[in-house]
Design a protein around this ligand. Structure first.
Ligand SMILES: NC(=O)c1ccc[n+]([C@@H]2O[C@H](COP(=O)([O-])OP(=O)(O)OC[C@H]3O[C@@H](n4cnc5c(N)ncnc54)[C@H](OP(=O)(O)O)[C@@H]3O)[C@@H](O)[C@H]2O)c1
Length: 287
């Protein structure tokens, strides 16, 4: 067992070093004037991404439901150096809104270099009690709208040799209690965009898909959910946002942030019973 543990640790260390060694260098100038459509940008990681893109001098269209908040974020983006910062209010649970948002961005920016899909609908942090209606709605907001926007933006991204950046979660790689609807939508995203990137590669497409696997990030909505039940450390939203942008800009397939999400993904299937025991014990829960 001791030898096995050593072999496992050595493999993980080699995998981490190889990933770091192979990471391409980020060139900030590549984002100067880049045409970016960013969803879920009124708060949290999306808001932080808007500010980073702005500092890099990008042209941004941001979207979420709350128009007034979007207006404030757009104003701050302009003050930070964005070449353009436009906003459009939309509800991704409404059938026509995902296409409307892409049309708006294409019209205003004259094309797209980056489609950054980041929004999520709200879902309770609790055991699932059979609410199928909420599950269906969340699939629409967190998953179907992503697929719809990606398809609509593909021709323009093809022309610009652009990228689709998908913000997913470690909960799209490994299951956990209290987040049944959320984790379902993230697994669906990983499946859809993983399969789509095979098909694009096989068609010699020039569009890159970057899937971002995030651990716990210190956004207000996430902290509110886990504050009484989990001791997992939360990482800063601004740093997560910058890592997402750099990974997209360097055309990498995957981002793992923070580092432990990579290790969890590597080892998750080694000892399933131990893994499930540890996941369940990481929450303060008594029935
Ligand atoms: N925070 C974490 O710990 C964590 C961990 C792993 C992965 N992630 C991923 O990171 C991304 C951002 O997470 P976050 O914590 O920054 O989320 P957040 O702070 O809750 O922000 C969610 C964003 O989505 C928008 N939104 C909500 N419902 C919407 C709807 N029906 N239509 C359109 N927009 C809607 C919200 O704005 P409005 O209310 O104005 O619509 C807001 O801009 C998500 O994809 C999440 O899964 C986060």
């Amino acid at each position: 067992m001791k030898t096995l543990t050593k072999v496992l640790l050595a493999s993980v260390a080699v995998a981490l070093l190889a990933a770091k060694w192979n990471a391409p260098t980020f060139n900030a100038e590549s984002l100067q004037g880049a045409r970016v459509l960013l969803t879920g940008a009124s708060t949290g990681i999306g808001e932080q991404m808007a500010y980073h893109y702005a500092k890099f001098g990008a042209q941004i269209v941001i979207t979420a439901r709350r128009e007034q908040v979007l207006q404030q974020v757009a104003e701050k983006c302009l003050s930070l150096g964005a070449q353009k910062a436009l906003y459009i209010a939309a509800d991704m649970g409404v059938d026509s809104d995902p296409n409307m948002v892409v049309d708006f961005a294409l019209d205003q920016l004259g094309g797209l270099d980056y489609l950054v899909l980041n929004h999520i609908g709200s879902s309770p942090f609790s055991m699932w009690e059979g609410d199928i209606q909420h599950l269906g709605w969340l699939m629409k907001v967190n998953f179907l709208s992503y697929s719809q926007m990606a398809w609509k933006a593909l021709p323009s991204l093809e022309e610009s040799k652009g990228s689709i950046v998908v913000v997913s979660s470690i909960l799209g790689k490994m299951t956990s209690p209290f987040v049944v609807p959320y984790t379902s939508t993230k697994f669906a995203l990983n499946g859809f965009f993983g399969a789509l990137s095979h098909e694009l590669a096989m068609k010699n497409s020039s569009v890159m898909i970057t899937i971002c696997t995030l651990g716990l990030i210190d956004t207000e909505s996430a902290m509110e959910k886990v504050k009484d039940v989990s001791n997992v450390p939360a990482y800063p939203a601004s740093e997560a946002a910058l890592n997402i942008i750099k990974t997209g800009a360097t055309k990498q397939r995957e981002l793992f942030y923070p580092w432990y999400t990579y290790i969890v993904t590597l080892v998750r299937d080694f000892f399933p019973a131990t893994r499930d025991y540890m996941v369940q014990k990481s929450y303060n829960y008594s029935p």
